[in-house]
Design a protein around this ligand. Structure first.
Ligand code: 2P0
Length: 353
């Protein structure tokens, strides 16, 4: 294609992930290197996922991107870093059927158009950067015939948003913090695939759709600068918890899994309170949900549901099986009746698999 108006495109779909051992704090801001390992579960793609189409054509005269139909700027360092890393690994692409040939050296001159959609309302205040950057990097790597394995791609997605590196895999995933200064060994590995523990059901209760006041990026920077608890957590607590969590996942030990997940969420929010000025992500409704789940778990003698909260008030609950998930929904409807003045307005239910 010397002068033709051809276009080549690739579409990919990537679900978001929910951390059960939290990432909070960077040791390098631009490379996005964390102060501790983290572990997450990737949702199934029917809920909370991003679909991204990347296109290349000699007819495009600049790199452009649209998010949910609205053009956004690609000038930010995070997009530029991901685009540069992928472009530098591009190889020859040949589409014999249509007589299109893109040589390795052409990729530097060719421009991209990127269209990305979230299948959930962005306004719902649910994590979108994780799925977004994972999907972008994956789609670009396919388009440009990048011959790197998923883990190497995860280290590129990490430079878009830390939590994005964990969305390159399904099932349970560990983000290894790494030791290198250049970040090459700070990448995601799959612990078990999505079939390993498919009894689990994830229920997300949207407590508030308001935009959070402190972004994760700003919040964790302030925590690193001011919280002594964060230092203790990163050095003394998380390394042991990671090993315990890996064991709980491998053995499908729900009691240990739930205990570790809840404790880690609560410690992350304690670090936020320990930050100066303090950061409040949970609200009264979040606290009520914690009390309801804690009471239920204690009355059953063994945990039925784990809860975890990210940088906002929405509750992510993980039920040990379908039966428990049904009971959990009933309880939520009882405590937070729909169409009442209650703050809790919707439930998104997802299978983990
Ligand atoms: C996590 N969070 O492990 C933690 C728990 C929120 C609370 O990763 O600055 O959007 O882009 O690396 O990945 C959210 O932080 O932050 C996050 P950046 P990111 O899921």
């Amino acid at each position: 294609g010397e002068c033709g108006k051809w276009v080549v495109m690739v579409t990919a779909q990537t679900p978001t992930n929910i951390a059960v051992i939290k990432y909070w704090g960077k040791r390098h801001e631009t490379l996005i290197l964390p102060v501790n390992d983290s572990i997450s579960v990737t949702l199934d793609p029917d809920h909370l996922c991003t679909t991204t189409t990347v296109a290349v054509s000699p007819a495009f005269d600049s790199d452009r991107m649209w998010l949910n139909g609205k053009e956004i700027s690609l000038s930010g360092g995070r997009y530029q870093n991901c685009l540069r890393e992928i472009r530098s690994r591009a190889s020859d692409v040949e589409d014999k059927e249509n007589g299109i040939k893109i040589a390795e050296k052409d990729w530097e001159k060719l421009h991209l158009h990127i269209a990305s959609y979230n299948n959930f309302p962005t306004a719902a205040g649910l994590a979108s950067s994780a799925a977004g950057f994972a999907c972008l990097v994956f789609a670009l790597a396919k388009l440009m015939n990048v011959k790197e394995d998923q883990s190497k791609l995860s280290a590129i997605a990490r430079q878009g948003s830390g939590s994005a590196c964990r969305s390159l895999y399904g099932g349970f995933v560990k983000w290894i913090m790494g030791k290198d200064e250049d970040g090459k060994d700070s990448l995601a590995v799959q612990l078990v695939d999505e079939k390993h523990w498919d009894d689990l059901v994830i229920i997300i209760a949207v407590v508030s759709s308001r935009q959070k006041e402190t972004s994760s990026t700003t919040g964790m920077r302030e925590s690193v600068e001011t919280s002594l608890l964060l230092k203790h957590r990163a050095k003394e607590i998380v390394p042991k918890r990671i090993l315990q969590m890996e064991g709980a996942i491998k053995n499908r030990d729900f009691a240990s899994f739930a205990q570790l997940t809840c404790a880690d969420s609560n410690q992350f929010h304690a670090v936020c309170l320990d930050t100066s000025p303090p950061i409040f992500y949970m609200n009264d409704t979040s606290h009520r949900i914690i009390s309801i789940v804690e009471k239920w778990n204690r009355s059953e003698g063994t945990p039925q549901v784990a809860y975890t909260f990210d940088a906002g008030p929405n509750a992510v609950m993980i039920a040990r099986n379908r039966k428990v998930a049904t009971l959990l929904l009933q309880r939520l409807l009882f405590y937070f009746p729909p169409n009442s003045a209650s703050d809790l307005n919707s439930y998104i239910v997802g299978d983990k698999s």
